[in-house]
Design a binder for this molecule. Structure first.
Ligand code: SAH
Ligand code: SF4
Ligand code: F3S
Length: 444
């Protein structure tokens, strides 16, 4: 039968996404694959035949949230016999069949490299069977699939430029859930960015677990950035995430040459202690990290720097923890994602190191970092009062319909009175006041 007829049904799929930006980008690929196969995206769960949950496995609490959600959906399935649940993403890859054994209202699991199989999987489970597609690939990049921009504001979009990770930080589950590193062909990336720009988008974020190791026979990451940033000066380009061991001066030079590459670098440090960095298998020292920070500040004096940090990793002493606080005082990050160490089965740390910091002590250390960072972020923002910024207007502020919000190149959120401003355009905003999270200003 012709494929169009074979899949000629109007079944509806609702996708819920948890986890990192890569997962949000993947959900857009999933939507595209399913739409091509004849499925429709449901606006809400209420009219869905399938609920696909794209999951994260990075910490235990991320997984618990998903399990809670799956159990919550059971009641709906009892009421409405047709709703089938599929688990996608990193938790599907990590737990495979075990997840369906433990949560028996889940019809299928599908890992991050198997999304092309989804149309067949949905057809298979339609009559009540279970299915698991969890094969990882060394080549899949979904480069030929044009993502369906789910929940997009029509202004900014993610472009996934590489998949997988093989850094094997000792605490991290990602190399096991996402497989080997592989980079997408640069032409397809530039074409996707160009196409977005032509449709009115004004910001793209290039995504990878470690974008600095993007490598194709034709281009490394700095060359790729140069090409994407050259599309148009009115297209903002962001990227995440940079591994400190690979943050090169040549990337900083490309950034300096293109004002439309945003002045914001996410540079996860994880710990301020060399002893911990070694145990984490991060391949850099604090001295190296601070040298990279200095280099950023030399090349891009107005660049904001953000980070990730883990409190209470295996064997972390009070001295190691102090070293993290000292590092935060020294770098003065604009933003930080701060976590308690969560042991993940199968990682090097789970196999060879003791998770020996009591949970209450992890929480205490984490809170100390959070409080310090809150203070630093507020002080940094206070320095912004009185400055003018070019802001890409994104939409209505959630506080008031009379106000809009947008971000500056440094990725800081500015809120201002609407007046004649329109989302999707650039405007100059003067900063009048601030909180630790937001700058408040007015249009110039
Ligand atoms: N590839 C990115 C990070 C991806 S995961 C990078 O290397 O920078 C995002 C963050 O989650 C990590 O930077 C780390 O801070 C945190 N994380 C990863 N595994 C964790 C674990 N087992 N427990 C707590 N936090 C963890
Ligand atoms: Fe995990 Fe390290 Fe890879 Fe980041 S670089 S995804 S922390 S293994
Ligand atoms: Fe989570 Fe997987 Fe991203 S574990 S952080 S969704 S790569």
């Amino acid at each position: 039968m012709h494929p169009l007829f074979e899949y000629d049904h109007m079944e509806k799929v609702y996708i819920e996404t948890y986890g990192c930006q890569m997962n949000f980008a993947d959900s857009e690929v999933v939507a595209s694959i399913l739409q091509k196969a004849g499925y429709t995206m449901a606006e809400s769960l209420d009219d869905a035949d399938y609920c696909l949950i794209n999951t994260c496995a990075i910490r235990d609490n991320a997984e618990q949230r998903v399990r809670h959600r799956v159990r919550e959906l059971r009641a709906r399935q009892v009421r409405d016999g047709r709703l089938r649940i599929g688990v996608l993403g990193c938790m599907a890859e990590r737990l495979q069949n075990q997840l369906m054994a433990e949560e028996d209202n889940v019809s299928f699991v599908c890992g991050p490299d198997a999304y092309r199989r989804l149309p067949q999987v949905l057809a298979e489970v339609a009559d009540g069977r279970q299915a698991a597609e969890v094969e990882l690939s060394t080549t899949e990049t979904y480069a030929d699939i044009e993502p369906v921009r789910l929940g997009s504001n029509g202004i900014s979009a993610y472009i996934s430029i590489m998949r997988g990770c093989q850094n094997y930080c000792s605490y991290c589950v990602v190399p096991y859930t996402r497989g080997r590193e592989r980079s997408r062909d640069p032409q397809t990336i530039v074409a996707e960015a160009q196409h977005l720009f032509d449709r009115g988008y004004r910001e793209v974020t290039l995504l990878g677990q470690n974008v600095n190791s993007y490598r194709n026979t034709e281009a490394g990451f700095p060359e790729l950035m140069d090409r994407v940033a050259s599309i148009d000066p009115a297209l903002r380009v962001r990227f995440a995430t940079s591994h400190p061991k690979d943050l090169s001066d040549s990337l900083l030079e490309v950034m300096a040459a293109h004002p439309n590459i945003c002045r914001c670098i996410h540079l996860p440090v994880q710990s301020g202690s060399n002893r911990m960095l070694k145990a984490m298998n991060r391949h850099y020292t604090i001295e190296w990290y601070l040298d990279r920070v200095d280099s950023i500040r030399r090349h891009l004096p107005d660049c904001s720097i953000t980070t990730d940090v883990i409190a209470g990793f295996c064997g972390e002493t009070l001295e190691d923890h102090q070293a993290t606080l000292d590092l935060f005082r020294r770098v003065r990050y604009d933003y930080a994602f701060m976590f308690k160490y969560s042991q993940r089965d199968g990682t090097y740390a789970a196999r060879h190191m003791a998770d020996d910091i009591a949970d209450a002590e992890k929480t205490r250390r984490l809170n100390e970092i959070i409080n310090l960072q809150g203070q630093i972020a507020l002080e940094n923002n206070q320095l912004e009062v009185g400055r003018d910024y070019e802001v890409l207007v994104e939409g209505e502020s959630h506080r008031s319909k009379e106000q809009l919000f947008g971000r500056n190149s440094q990725n800081k959120v500015l809120v201002f009175d609407r007046r004649d401003a329109v989302p999707g355009t650039y405007r100059q905003v003067h900063v009048d006041s601030c909180t630790a999270a937001t700058l408040l200003g007015h249009l110039i």
